[in-house]
Design a protein around this ligand. Structure first.
Ligand code: FES
Ligand SMILES: [Fe+2]
Length: 319
């Protein structure tokens, strides 16, 4: 079958492969992303690690290993591996010089991330640490569908679809998209419409939001609804599973209001808002095709600027 997208399946970058809450101390998880398995584990002291799945001894699956202190003990013959993947114990005093390949892994904002680079290059940037003080914990949801992180992240600059696909009756650009290395950012204003019971018609509230796209897998949106005194944060996290398939995790946090009940209402509203908007995008992402040389018109967003920026994440890019 012909490839759906004219770029490689797995652009370089940081990608979310799980949530902090899914991996307690001593926990071991196997995840399938980038068309391969990754074993995640957490040491007793809480450090996140990620390794290739197979033990270099006789191929035991490390997803069946257990954590002992700060090492991983293979469930087949009990050999142990440290954080660098090095074998630190076999049966006795003689430790064979062997090991398992590890992944760069970090835990940020309640998510577990690994660095992917098809050429094995080290990370040159990070995703931001978002200060949770005064904010509710992020609430998450995971979607799985057919697309590619470059396609889903293009949404952030695709100004033309805001009023067509989403429930925005008006949209305007506050700050044009700017590329800064692996970060692309822009600020928009929208009027979001809510249907009120008849005969009241519709209520429109203005929302301003800043979008930060950190590589193709990690988008962070900070928004505010001044008339309702709501400030929110969204994470939109695309991770390639295999050719043409992504998992997208959505998350929302809101700034705490003096009243916890109002905070909860605001959180639910903001999270539902995000889920509804992405559910509107999803069938379009699944069915569309990638147009390499689009004809654009006034009213379109900076699609070309985005695509030029996105090129840096491909293995073809200069090292
Ligand atoms: S296969 Fe892992 S210790 Fe033997
Ligand atoms: Fe969208």
């Amino acid at each position: 079958m012909a490839k759906r997208f004219p770029f490689s399946d797995f652009p370089s970058g940081w990608y979310v492969v799980g949530l902090s809450e899914e991996l307690p101390p001593k926990g071991v998880l196997t995840r399938r992303y980038f068309d391969r398995e990754i074993v995640l584990y957490r040491t007793e002291s809480g450090e996140l690690r990620a390794t290739d799945p197979f033990c270099p001894h006789l191929g035991g699956h490390l997803g069946q290993a257990r954590v002992e202190g700060d090492v991983l003990r293979c469930g087949f013959h009990g050999w142990k591996f440290d954080g660098a993947g090095k074998c630190v114990r076999a049966y006795g005093q003689n430790v064979p010089k062997t090991g398992v390949a590890t992944w760069r892994a970090v835990e940020r904002n309640q998510t577990l991330l690994v660095w992917f680079d098809a050429r094995g290059r080290e990370p040159t940037w990070e995703v931001p640490v978002i200060d949770p003080t005064g904010w509710t914990p992020f609430r998450f949801r995971k979607l799985a569908f057919n697309s590619h992180p470059q396609e889903t992240s293009e949404n952030s600059v695709d100004f033309g679809h805001f009023t067509e696909v989403h429930s925005f009756s008006k949209a305007w650009v506050v700050e044009e998209a700017v590329a800064e290395g692996p970060l692309l950012k822009a600020t928009y204003g929208i009027t979001k419409s809510f249907d009120l019971p008849k005969p009241l018609g519709q209520l429109g509230v203005d929302v301003t939001f800043h979008v930060q796209v950190h590589g193709l897998g990690y988008s962070y949106v900070q928004g505010e609804v001044p008339s309702l005194r709501i400030q929110y944060r969204h994470l939109i996290l695309s991770t390639p599973v295999h050719d043409g398939r992504v998992h997208m995790r959505l998350a929302t946090s809101v700034k705490k209001l003096p009243n916890p009940i109002l905070t909860e209402m605001a959180h639910r509203m903001a999270f539902k808002g995000l889920c509804d908007e992405v559910e509107s995008d999803m069938p379009i992402w699944e069915a569309k095709r990638y147009v390499e040389r689009p004809v654009l018109a006034k009213g379109d967003g900076p699609i070309h600027k985005y695509r030029k920026w996105a090129k840096q994440f491909y293995p073809e890019a200069a090292a």
